[in-house]
Design a protein around this ligand. Sequence first.
Ligand SMILES: C[S@@+](CC[C@H](N)C(=O)[O-])C[C@H]1O[C@@H](n2cnc3c(N)ncnc32)[C@H](O)[C@@H]1O
Length: 201
Amino acid sequence: MRDYILRSARYIAADCLRRFLLPGDTAVDATMGNGHDTLFLCELVGEKGRVYAFDIQRQAIENTKALLAENGLLENATLYQCGHERMAEMIRTPVQAVMFNLGWLPGGDKRVTTKWETTETAVRQALDLLAPEGICVICVYPGHEAGNLERIRLKEILSGLRPQEYNVLHHCFLNAGESAPECFIIQKQICKGKILDKYAE
Ligand SMILES: C[S@@+](CC[C@H](N)C(=O)[O-])C[C@H]1O[C@@H](n2cnc3c(N)ncnc32)[C@H](O)[C@@H]1O
């Protein structure tokens, strides 16, 4: 039976990480929120892996801690109550994946949303931290002002990345209106300086 349908930005981002990450890998959840993505990453990297997660809100750390504990995965994660723009200070080894789900804490204060200035710093650090073949996924929600600015600026800076260093994919539904969520998927090239045949398959 045929069961293929076009999926949302969030689904595509998660599906990419589901296919890419292996047990024992290291991953970063740059926007912890209620911990669903942190839990998802912990499940993918398993008990031999490690997940570093960031959020500026106390509530996010507490919610994530509770969710991981409930699922017996608290030991596999390191939770930082600090901005993701400090990622490079906290993580010193290459990572296989970084996940950003921008915006505000679901059910929380909508004024505490990610902002372009810090998002840009964090995304640049994330791209540096990626191991060869490592993947960074970024979901952006342009239905509000800060999210729209993030979408516009991300598109600009990611379009300018050297193809010798990164491949960049932009997923959006062209006919869903300006406020529909979008995602960017960036993969670090395996060997710097050589453009791989990304169109081969
Ligand atoms: C859409 S939510 C993330 C949802 C989350 N991944 C989940 O699974 O529930 C975005 C989160 O980014 C957080 N945030 C805002 N600015 C941040 C920053 N500079 N560094 C890290 N997190 C930040 C917000 O507090 C909010 O919890």
